[in-house]
Design a protein around this ligand. Structure first.
Ligand code: T4K
Length: 384
């Protein structure tokens, strides 16, 4: 084990809190310049010029016109499910942020929770297949932590059972497989542009979809169903992205490569510095054909080997001013509002992972020396 943290003396608590993430903020002059344009146009929302330009930039970035922007990822997913007319049961993961299942619930769809794979924590295709019933209409899989799901296996199941395949890609901005953005898989994907994400527009969300015909429906659904001043063609809601969000999104987009590179370096330091510490398990490195964004730095704390459980470490880190997060604990099926959902899968892997998982701080201006110090603190927390 690397013991330099200990041999050089005990690491000191940080003077200022180190959070699990911090939003990237572009140079403020760039934002001022954009604000001036918004001030001049006096156009703040409702498909304004900044939003239209931003939408074009994203179409180029994702290499598709089949995109629709929303004011957050949760509403994007809710509306996407409605646009695809999903009903009945949907097979999904319990190891995700609550919004994934909430989006089903708001559409009166029954979530069917099945287990995840132990390496990357994404849906286990075998469990998906076993959970299909006559009421199943779709699979809602999550590229959790930006780890691509088992794309081929899920596509095969969806095809054979005539199910829609929807991806919650909230964490997967900038992720591509075989040189192609992950936005191109399945029937639909939802990306979150929330401030806590590597890529953000303050708040925001985006759907990408395979069927170009969906674009009109989604546009209606996010804007009250308005066709014209006097015509409403469907009971839509209000989920429009505004001009300030679009401005931030456009400015952050210019920095995406640098943000990914910085996150990659942070991840490399964590892996290197903690690699010989028993009881800390990293997800395996992704295959070469995946371009990963390093949006989160999840590790598993294995109590029997580390000598301390995840929750104790999580609390101890706070005394050093390090605020890691237990993404994603508890499992969604254990929240009061989903406890009544029947479980046919014991969720063995998901339960184990939820009890062990810890997301370590990672964000664009977290200095590599601070990452080393966090590692040394983790090592110093270890008993014995
Ligand atoms: N699906 C998945 C798989 C998701 O992970 C999410 C969202 C969604 C769907 C829904 O997408 P959105 O509707 O949110 O677009 C955060 C985010 O609010 C949420 O967007 C995200 N997932 C989830 C994983 O994390 P919290 O409750 O952990 O955030 P909070 O406020 O505790 O922030 C975490 C840390 O970030 C803070 O300790 C400090 C830092 N922070 C946060 C904000 C908001 C800042 O430094 N500045 C900030 O402005 O949920």
């Amino acid at each position: 084990m690397k013991m330099d943290a200990v041999t050089q003396g005990r690491p000191q608590p940080f003077e200022k809190p180190i959070y699990v993430t911090r939003p990237f903020l572009p140079p403020i002059e760039e934002f001022y310049a954009g604000l001036q344009e918004i001030w001049d146009s006096q156009w703040l929302t409702n498909n304004g010029p900044v939003l239209q330009r931003f939408s074009g930039q994203l179409s180029q970035f994702f290499d598709t016109d089949n995109i629709c922007l929303f004011n957050n990822g949760t509403l994007a997913l809710q509306i996407g499910l409605q646009g695809l007319e999903i009903s009945g049961e949907v097979i999904t993961t319990p190891f995700t942020f609550v919004a994934t299942t909430h989006a089903l619930y708001w559409n009166k769809i029954r979530p069917v929770f099945v287990d995840i794979e132990p390496d990357y924590y994404t849906l286990d295709p075998e469990k998906v297949e076993a959970a299909i019933t006559p009421w199943t209409t779709a699979i809602l899989a999550v590229h959790v932590f930006g780890h691509p799901c088992n794309l081929e296996a899920l596509a095969d199941i969806a095809r054979r059972h005539n199910l829609k395949l929807i991806y919650d890609a909230a964490h997967a901005f900038g992720v591509s497989v075989n040189g192609k953005s992950i936005a191109h898989v399945g029937d639909m994907s939802m990306f979150s542009f929330h401030a806590t994400k590597l890529y953000h527009s303050i708040e925001g969300g985006m759907l990408t979809f395979a069927d170009p015909g969906l674009k009109t429906t989604l546009n209606y659904l996010r804007n009250f169903g308005f066709e014209s001043e006097t015509e409403v063609v469907m009971p839509g809601t209000n989920a429009k992205m505004n001009e300030m969000q679009a401005l931030m999104g456009a400015l952050v987009l210019d920095h995406i490569d640098a943000l990914i590179e910085q996150s990659r370096q942070i991840s490399q330091v964590y892996r290197e510095r903690l690699k010989d510490v028993s009881g800390i398990k990293f997800p395996p490195l992704l295959p070469d054909d995946v371009r990963y964004s390093y949006i989160y730095q999840p590790v598993e704390i294995i109590e029997e080997e580390f000598g301390m459980n995840r929750d104790t470490l999580y609390e101890k880190l706070k005394t050093y001013n390090v605020f890691s997060r237990r993404y994603f604990y508890p499992l969604l099926c254990d929240f009061a509002c989903y406890k009544s959902v029947a479980l046919n899968d014991p969720l063995k892997v998901a339960r184990k992972v939820a009890d062990r998982i810890l997301a370590l701080p990672t964000y664009y201006d977290l200095a590599l020396d601070d990452v080393r110090r966090i590692c040394d603190i983790i090592i110093a927390c270890r008993p014995g």
